[in-house]
Design a protein around this ligand. Structure first.
Ligand SMILES: Nc1ncnc2c1ncn2[C@@H]1O[C@H](COP(=O)(O)OP(=O)(O)OP(=O)(O)O)[C@@H](O)[C@H]1O
Ligand SMILES: Nc1nc2c(c(=O)[nH]1)N=C(CO)CN2
Length: 171
């Protein structure tokens, strides 16, 4: 069994519903079990700043899928929920990024794990550390909570707004 952490973000339409729907679809996948979902955080857009605020969560799951198969599963959920791939770092119905897959390093053309930009993103690290404060950067061995502590935007960027609830039951 493989353990993975995903980051989910939405900044279009009913953002909470999109996140809930994405978590539900992940959990309904026959080879994925969602184990934990962080609180929902409302965050200022990073990168392209002239866009609506995001809601972000991090999910911990176990899966028998290979990392590339998990990426395909994430992309099919993005497509199902109507994500338009137009602007880099631009608005999205829902975006699913694989942060960590076991403690593996993966360098493929279409998949890099650990996610390249995760350690510079408080909207990823805050919910990640909330669900597991002992998780380490597999490359450096540093605890992500320590990486978060030295981040300047870690304090004001985010606000807890709620929970994704009741989506963890398999039918
Ligand atoms: N760890 C990963 N998780 C998800 N996608 C990845 C990962 N590594 C590489 N990719 C590739 O990144 C491509 C572009 O992803 P996407 O359009 O979601 O980028 P983005 O969300 O705008 O920016 P960012 O990558 O900074 O979050 C995907 O087609 C995918 O193949
Ligand atoms: N706050 C926030 N900013 C972002 C996000 C996101 O999920 N949350 N996703 C991006 C592209 O992946 C770019 N910028």
């Amino acid at each position: 069994m493989n353990n993975a952490y995903l980051s989910l973000g939405s900044n279009i339409g009913d953002r909470l519903e999109h996140l809930q729907h994405a978590v539900q679809l992940l959990n309904e996948h026959s080879s994925i079990n969602v184990l934990q979902v962080s609180s929902v955080y409302e965050t200022e857009p990073v990168g392209l700043t002239e866009q609506a605020k995001f809601l972000n969560v991090v999910v911990r799951l176990e899966t028998t899928l290979e990392a590339t198969e998990l990426l395909s599963a994430c992309q099919s959920i993005e497509n199902k929920l109507g994500r338009m791939r137009k602007i880099r770092w631009g608005p999205r119905t829902v975006d699913l990024d694989i942060l960590l897959y076991n403690e593996e390093h993966i360098q493929l053309e279409n998949l890099i794990i650990p996610h390249l930009r995760m350690q510079e993103r408080a909207f990823v690290l805050v919910p990640l550390v909330e669900i597991n404060e002992d998780v380490k950067n597999p490359t450096t061995g540093t605890l992500y909570r320590e990486e978060l502590a030295i981040k300047e935007d870690g304090v004001n960027l985010w606000k807890k707004v709620g929970q994704v609830e009741e989506f963890l039951r398999k039918g």
